[in-house]
Each structure stands twice: as C-alpha cells, then as structure tokens.
Design a protein around this ligand. Structure first.
Ligand code: ASP
Length: 346
C-alpha cells in the first residue's frame, strides 16, 4: 500500500491562547497571527503524512474568556466536520484548557475519533517556543491510525511530550513547559524518539453506537473551596445564589470538612432542596472516601455525591452536563459516581 492510501485528514481548530500569537517585531507585544497562513509559520507540517486544514472560532479568545457557549460552538464545529476528518486538533489557551476539554469529553457521546487539545507556554513565533512540538505531535496523534481506524478515540490533551486523557488533567504550572498533570491516571502516550502508546490506558466507547453531541449545559453551579476558618456568614452568602442547581465542594484530603453543626445543617438543607452537592478533594491526587474519617461521615449520611478521584475541572463539566438531564437525586448520584468517559477510576 502506498503511504498516501494511509493519509489522514486532520482539522485544526484555533480558539485562541498564546500558541497563536506572534511577537510584533517592532513593538515586541503579542498579537494573534493569521491562522490561514499556518503553513508559512510552521512549514514542518508539510512534512507530515497528513492532510491538514484549519478553521477558527468566531471569536479568538484568551482561554480565561471561554464560556459554556464557546464549548457548544467548538462542539458544533467538530460535529459539522466529523465525517470529513479522521481527527481534530484544538488549539486553546492553556489556562482553562482542562475545563474546556473536560466539557467536550462529556458533550461527545460515543466519540470514535481523536480530539486533541494543545497549546503552548510561549507563542509559536518565539525562538524558544514549545508550540511547534506540541502542534506537530498533536497532529500526529490526531492522524494516527491502525488497521484503518483511529488509535485515539477520545478527547486528549497533549503538552510537553505527554498525551493525557483530557478529563483527568489539571494545569499545575504557569511557567514550566510541563504545565499539566494527570495525577490519578497514566499518560495515554509519550513522545520521544518514537510515539509510545499505552494501549491499556485508552478509552473505548461502544463502537456500534451513534456519535451524539450534547449541546445543553447547566450554568447555575458553583465551586466552593472550604478553608480552615470559613464562617457561617461567608458560606451562607455564597450559597444564596437564586435557583442554584449544583455545588462542587472542594474539601480537605480524602473528602473531609469541619464538623460544626451550622456547616453540616447548611449542606444538608442544600441537598434536601434538591441541589446536587459533589465532594471533590482539594488535593491534586488521590480520592474522596466519605466515612473514612469522622469528619466526612456526616457528609456521607446526608447523601452527598462522592467525586471519588475526579478533578475539579472534570467535576464541573460533568455537573454542567448531567444537570440538564432532569435526573432524580438518586440517579444523579449514581451516574455521577460512575465513570461515563473514563473520568473516575472506580
Ligand atoms: N492566557 C493564555 C490563555 O490561556 C495562556 C496560554 O495560552 O497558555 O489563553
């Protein structure tokens, strides 16, 4: 078979972020560059065995400005091009990349193609940039096929030589090229002299089921990080949001909180009102185990949802997704505590 019979078609979707910026030679300031001319900035792409097209979002954003409606726009671009391409690369600012990529992992049901998020710490035009390697290797993962089928069939995040399951990642460093970590799940692949795939780590959705894109996301939710000394007044006021649908409670260690009566009563009243409250650890790695200590036993008894070893980014995305499905509290708890896209371990 000649090598072009194997050629994959990859669509690069540019959303914004540092990767797509160039230093203006005169002023030294960063500005987005014209992505239609991607090939002239990264001529190396021509050397790849893949056909590459590019498209931009309607508004190019710093990722701090991304919203659930940007997630929907991005999901729609992929849906509209799903049949025409073998894989997708999403160029995104690194700051909220784990949030967007986690959201897309839930919005895409039965995804059978790679959607690889990447970005960079330095602009593509910078002499010491990490952008070129991140971009080129992401295109390779997006185009990688075995026996005519994509090898990666999930939403991934590629940064600094590692491909991760996106909904397991967190941005952990604002300066280092190694900006992301997946503390509770191994890397799906590593790029060295060769691309080494850990096949046992890859996610597989049921192959026969139709690819479906869920476009509704609940926005009336919050992340509440507990801290030693949090007062009743502060906590009550935070939870006063009208029509609040869900809370991600970031707790200590394996899911522990203070045991003061007012604190427990406040959370119980939220759950009794039908608000979905999820217990997620503030730690980077490890899992919530409610009931392990006395300081989490009451949370377990009141029916709080366990986030187990999910990341906060992924918990937020999963709650946005599940809260639009009109679930009873019991079904919501069961589904949240079950892995839907490989986002929790057990
Ligand atoms: N502020 C930028 C963003 O997230 C940083 C980056 O691209 O890495 O859009």
């Amino acid at each position: 078979m000649d090598k072009f019979a194997q050629r994959s078609r990859v669509l690069i979707i540019y959303t914004g972020g540092t990767i797509g910026m160039m230093k203006d030679a005169e002023t030294g300031s960063l500005r987005p560059f014209d992505f239609d001319n991607l090939m002239s900035y990264v001529p190396e792409i021509r050397l790849l065995d893949h056909e590459v097209d590019t498209i931009g979002m309607s508004r190019i954003l710093d990722s701090s400005d991304m919203t659930p409606s940007s997630y929907v726009e991005l999901a729609c671009i992929i849906e509209a091009n799903y049949e025409d391409y073998d894989g997708f690369v999403v160029l995104h600012g690194s700051d909220t990349m784990s949030f967007t990529a986690s959201a897309l992992s839930f919005m895409f049901e039965n995804l059978q193609k790679p959607v690889i998020f990447t970005g960079s710490q330095l602009p593509i035009g910078d002499l010491r940039t990490d952008a070129k390697e991140n971009l080129i290797t992401s295109i390779q993962f997006a185009g990688l096929k075995a026996k005519g089928k994509p090898v990666i069939r999930e939403v991934g995040l590629y940064f600094e030589y590692k491909l991760y399951r996106a909904n397991r990642t967190t941005k952990v460093n604002a300066d280092h090229f190694e900006a992301f970590e997946s503390a509770n799940y191994p890397a799906l692949a590593e790029s060295g002299v060769d691309l080494i795939i850990d096949h046992s780590a890859l996610y597989r959705a049921p192959a026969k089921k139709k690819f479906t894109v869920h476009k509704e996301l609940e926005e009336n939710i919050m992340i509440l990080k507990v801290f030693p000394g949090i007062t009743e007044q502060v906590m009550k006021n935070m939870l006063l949001v009208p029509d609040l649908q869900g809370v991600i409670l970031e707790t200590f260690g394996s899911g522990n909180t203070k045991t003061d009566r007012w604190f427990i009563d406040l959370l119980r009243s939220m759950i009794d009102k039908g608000v979905a409250v999820v217990n997620v650890t503030q730690c980077l790695g490890g899992s919530v185990v409610m009931g392990k200590y006395e300081t989490s036993e009451q949370l377990r008894q009141m029916g709080m949802i366990s986030g187990k070893d999910i990341t906060t980014e992924s918990a937020l995305a999963k709650l946005m997704f599940l809260l639009t499905k009109n679930l009873t509290p019991d079904v919501m708890k069961t589904l949240f505590e079950t892995s839907l896209r490989g986002e929790i371990s057990h």
